[in-house]
Design a protein around this ligand. Structure first.
Ligand code: FAD
Length: 331
């Protein structure tokens, strides 16, 4: 009988978790994740009283396999529809927007709840930034600074494209596709409000040179009632100001937010800024996944298809479909 294969996956976002689950029946899978928790950009930032979804704001469920994969968590209430109105600002045509809304889903009680539920039973090493992949085809090692893990028959990078490109050895056949991919930054501002500003929307797309999105985080299901806002800068503005001091970025985003929402000095003072270096996908790889059978390395993630949670799932699912028979057939 063939020896059971060992797979190393880098990244415990939607893509890494989906792939690990898809491969669990035919291989021993270990995930290495640099952060404290799982979920990647499906992220939650907790303060004393509020938890902000400071990464993905919501996701769609259009694909039948994504719908099927989420059936149990939807029944358990871990994934719920976010029913509020999506407006456009500054001209707030709320009635038209309400009629045109597609269903938007969120993790509950926080966005990372879905990833936490997917992670159950998986072998995941958090707080473990991978620094390099060394070795050779079929005997790869994952270098984590103080430790060398392996050998792995296969290693799969499920991190954003630039981070995957930096880790995958030069022999990986698809570096050109990784280099072709372009991702945008995003600055996210988290604001706890002293009182509810009674905004007539759950979220708004904003036509502004600095900010592109405002959401009322407490309008999502399962959150605390404390009013709080998540504001995203536009991709273009974020890219242009990526290396600027965070205090300056924070000040400019607060100025922009005040054009649409009243904020007291105390609320502005307490606002927290987060910089996503790789947030959204401007130019995808154009292939659902990258697989190099000779070197036994692969990569997947939203950046293969589009900057969406559902795309991350679809990329990893397609890679799993291709990889499973190969792994099963190998001696
Ligand atoms: C501000 C913002 C708003 C968004 N809004 C939406 C939205 O409304 N709807 C939507 O569908 N999508 C949205 N997205 C995009 C969505 O979050 C992503 O498409 C999706 O979460 C990507 O999943 P992934 O698994 O491909 O990558 P990630 O979630 O980025 O997972 C990659 C993981 O790899 C880890 N990693 C990276 N390097 C290393 C290393 N060297 N060693 C170990 N681990 C490593 C990271 O820590 C991370 O956990 C948004 C993203 C951001 C940032």
């Amino acid at each position: 009988m063939a020896r059971r294969k060992r797979l190393g996956i880098i990244g415990a976002g939607m893509a890494g978790l989906t792939l690990a689950k898809a491969m669990a029946d035919c291989a021993d899978v270990r995930i290495f994740e640099k952060s404290r928790g799982v979920g990647g950009r499906m992220a939650t930032r907790r303060t004393d009283t509020v938890a902000f979804d400071h990464g993905a704001q919501y996701f769609t469920i259009r694909d039948a396999r994504f719908r099927a994969a989420l059936e149990t968590v939807r029944a358990d209430g871990v994934v719920q529809p976010w029913a509020g109105a999506l407006a456009t600002l500054p001209e707030n045509d709320l009635a038209a927007q309400l009629a045109g809304n597609a269903t938007r889903y969120v993790g509950s009680p926080s966005m990372n709840a879905l990833a936490k539920s997917m992670a159950a039973g998986l072998d995941i090493q958090t707080n473990t930034p991978v620094q390099a992949i060394t070795g050779a085809a079929g005997t790869w090692f994952v270098e984590t600074g103080d430790r060398r893990e392996g050998p792995f028959d296969w290693v799969i990078a499920a991190a954003p494209a630039p981070q995957s490109a930096a880790l995958l050895p030069g022999g990986f056949a698809h570096h050109a596709a990784l280099a072709h991919t372009r991702m945008n930054a995003c600055f996210t501002l988290m604001i706890r409000q002293a009182e509810d500003a009674m905004l007539p929307f759950a979220a708004a797309r904003v036509d502004d040179p600095v900010i592109g999105w405002i959401s009322r985080n407490n309008s999502k299901p399962g959150r605390s009632d404390t009013p709080c806002l998540v504001v995203n800068a536009t991709a273009q503005w974020s890219d242009a100001h990526l290396e600027e001091p965070l205090d300056d970025v924070r000040r400019r985003m607060l100025e922009a937010t005040r054009r649409y929402v009243p904020l007291s000095a105390v609320e502005a003072e307490a606002a927290v800024i987060h910089r996503w270096r790789y947030a959204n996908v401007e130019r995808p790889a154009g292939q659902s996944f990258l697989l190099d059978e000779v070197s036994r390395l692969a990569a997947c993630g939203d950046w293969c298809i589009a900057g969406r949670v559902e795309a991350a799932f679809l990329s990893a699912t397609a890679l799993g479909d291709a990889l499973r028979p190969i792994v099963k057939a190998a001696p």
